[in-house]
Design a protein around this ligand. Structure first.
Ligand code: NDP
Length: 295
């Protein structure tokens, strides 16, 4: 297929690399150097504008920080929207805002362009391995059209509801990750001060029912080692939890957990900056408790 791809960031780049192996790909990235280096490494043609990346394409993917950035890329005479032809499909891999995805879908639909919100889970490792979980919000017919292409980089691909449903599920899912990060940070710093070493505590927790993906993988690989790799920015997790919190408000649901985690993430983002990784939120607990959780 002729495919366009916008947003060669931490997760967009490995996803686009899979697409380049199987399809004729055009790419556009705000920082043009990254599109040029992608083309050298993986193939594909850098396009001069978002409009040009969409022109003549059956399918266009976007992978941006959030829905406002997607709206900005769609807008204007050189924008993506101007290049999308009737019959094309826009698949947004961004973890975005349900209501904005619905608005975009309505606007594009009136011009005969289909839309799907299709946020992903599985991190950079999952993107590189082509094993991402993809949660799709779309019309059933759109899902059937895009599923074979999503299989290029995804393993579990689920249509979770109409447009906006993928964004909603992704935001709430990431709020669960945030809850787990702050919970294990609080638990391990408390135990360290009470005389239980973090490694020992995890040996027990990870063989008992208080375990989670965060305690089993992220903390041993990133915190105990002090490696702190930067794969998923804390600022993006903060954004996801903001979306989840807005969703609880819209539904009239009280959200003591999500509200608390949201406040803690705002504090962590202010303290650690825009480039810090999400797991670095645990540094806040370390600073407050005056302990380091190293093996
Ligand atoms: P990055 O910050 O690494 O990359 C963001 C991309 O968006 C870059 O290509 C950047 O371009 C581009 N961009 C940013 N702002 C604008 C703008 N105003 N106009 C045009 N382009 C812009 O983010 P990720 O790749 O990590 O994340 C992308 C999406 O995927 C997010 O919604 C995130 O929540 C989600 N996600 C990320 C995962 C991860 O492990 N990283 C896992 C699952 C989901 P430039 O190169 O110029 O900065």
């Amino acid at each position: 297929m002729r495919i366009g791809f916008v947003g060669l960031g931490a997760i967009g780049r490995p996803i686009a690399a899979h697409l380049a192996r199987h399809h004729e790909l055009a790419v556009w990235n705000r920082t043009a150097d990254r599109a040029a280096s992608f083309a050298v490494e993986h193939g594909g043609v850098p396009a001069p504008t978002p409009r040009a990346v969409a022109e003549g394409r059956d399918l266009v993917f976007t992978c941006l920080p959030n829905s406002p950035e997607l709206e900005a890329v769609l807008a204007g005479p050189d924008g993506l929207e101007a290049g999308l032809a009737r019959g094309a499909v826009l698949v947004d891999l961004t973890s975005g805002i349900p209501a904005v995805s619905q608005r975009i879908a309505g606007r594009l639909g009136s011009r005969g362009v289909a839309f799907a919100d299709a946020p992903v889970s599985g991190g950079i490792k999952g993107a590189e391995a082509g094993t991402l979980t993809i949660m799709v919000g779309s019309e059933p017919a759109t899902f059937e059209r895009i599923r074979p292409v999503l299989e290029t980089f995804g393993k579990r691909i689920v249509r979770v509801g109409p447009v906006g449903a993928g964004d909603a599920l992704k935001a709430v899912h990431n709020a669960l990750i945030a809850v787990n990060i702050f919970a294990i940070g609080e638990a391990l710093t408390t135990l360290a001060k009470a005389g239980v070493a973090p490694k020992t505590a995890l040996e027990v927790i990870n063989n008992a029912n208080g375990r989670s993906f965060v305690s089993e993988q992220l903390v041993p690989e990133r915190v105990l080692t002090g490696a702190w790799p930067r794969t998923f920015r804390l600022a993006l997790l903060d954004k996801d939890v903001d979306i989840a919190r807005a969703l609880t408000d819209e539904q009239g649901i009280e959200s003591p957990m999500i509200s608390t985690v949201s406040r803690l993430l705002h504090e962590a983002r202010a303290a650690l900056g825009e480039e810090a990784d999400h797991v670095e939120a645990i540094r806040l607990h370390e600073r407050r408790a005056g302990v380091e959780l190293r093996a």
